[in-house]
Ligand binder design. Structure first.
Ligand SMILES: C[C@@]1(CC(=O)O)c2cc3[nH]c(cc4nc(cc5[nH]c(cc(n2)[C@H]1CCC(=O)O)[C@@](C)(CC(=O)O)[C@@H]5CCC(=O)O)C(CC(=O)O)=C4CCC(=O)O)c(CCC(=O)O)c3CC(=O)O
Ligand SMILES: NC(=O)C1=CN([C@@H]2O[C@H](COP(=O)(O)OP(=O)(O)OC[C@H]3O[C@@H](n4cnc5c(N)ncnc54)[C@H](O)[C@@H]3O)[C@@H](O)[C@H]2O)C=CC1
Length: 207
């Protein structure tokens, strides 16, 4: 989901709100937190203008203009009212204490540059989600960041210069299986010049 520069509201300022806000910051959203109190970490983010804090309880109408909202208050009636307003306005809502009322689930997320891995158990076991996300960390290390930057660059060139979709797919599959990732892992990868990229494309197209 692309939340960049979109208004994303969080109702509540406790530990769950803090977790949701930290996720939103990574996605470049414009964050508004509505709560009469917030955690020390959220206070630091507010001081640094990384979020806008509305220092009071939620009122109907607060969601105007929002793209999505997290209802994370510790009172059922409040989260229910937030969900109701969201539904009326057609705003996506995540209800922290009521899976049945949620439009979207917050997954466990692993990021490596352009790579995002999302893990969800559809709410069955958030602790299991956290364990699986941690287990994936060593399997998908920091090498994926330069690797995907390289793949991105090559794909742009191939899309620009190779007209046949079949040839493009063949080249990109071959590139993905050409051992570049292992080279990066072994610190043996030397960034290709544009000339080397063109040469690889020409050589691998002929066969
Ligand atoms: C539906 C969902 C809400 C949503 O969509 O936002 C939801 C709901 C609830 N979580 C509860 C409890 C816990 N949540 C966690 C942890 C995480 N919970 C996250 C997501 C989600 N949690 C969504 C489903 C995701 C999926 O599909 O699996 C993660 C992945 C992402 C994030 O929150 O940012 C993050 C891990 C981040 C990481 O570390 O990788 C832990 C573990 C811990 O804290 O160590 C516990 C305690 C153990 C346990 O209960 O299992 C309770 C019970 C409250 C109570 O008992 O009162 C509810 C409410 C209910 O179940 O009704
Ligand atoms: N989704 C998830 O991963 C999890 C969800 N939960 C649920 O999430 C909810 C929040 O949990 P925590 O953050 O731990 O609670 P908390 O007690 O730390 O924080 C609740 C926050 O809601 C605010 N609040 C209360 N009434 C409000 C109102 N009328 N308007 C605006 N803000 C209001 C409080 O001031 C406080 O900042 C609980 O209902 C809990 O059951 C709990 C654990 C995990």
């Amino acid at each position: 989901m692309n939340c960049k520069n979109k208004i994303c509201c969080v109702v509540g300022g406790g530990s769950i709100a803090e977790r949701k806000v930290k996720g939103l910051i990574e996605s470049g959203a414009c964050i508004t937190v509505i709560s009469p109190n917030i955690t020390p970490d959220l206070q630091v983010l507010a001081d640094h203008k990384q979020l806008h804090w509305v220092n009071r309880v939620y009122r109907e109408g607060d969601l105007q203009g929002a793209f999505l909202v997290y209802a994370t208050a510790n009172q059922r009636e409040v989260n229910n009212a937030v969900a109701q307003e969201a539904r009326q306005r057609g705003i996506l809502v995540n209800v922290a204490d009521r899976l049945e009322e949620t439009d979207f689930i917050t997954p466990g997320i692993l990021r490596r540059g352009r790579l995002t891995i999302s893990v969800s158990t559809a709410g069955a076991g958030p602790a299991v989600t956290a364990d699986i996300t941690s287990a994936l960390e060593p399997l998908f290390g920091s090498e994926y960041e330069p690797y995907l930057d390289f793949m991105y660059e090559m794909r742009q060139i191939i899309k620009r210069t190779v007209s046949s979709p079949r040839q493009r797919a063949k080249l990109l599959r071959r590139l993905a299986n050409s051992g570049i990732l292992d080279q990066i892992r072994r610190h043996e990868f030397v960034a290709w010049t544009e000339k080397e990229m063109d040469l690889w494309i020409a050589q691998n197209q002929e066969e």
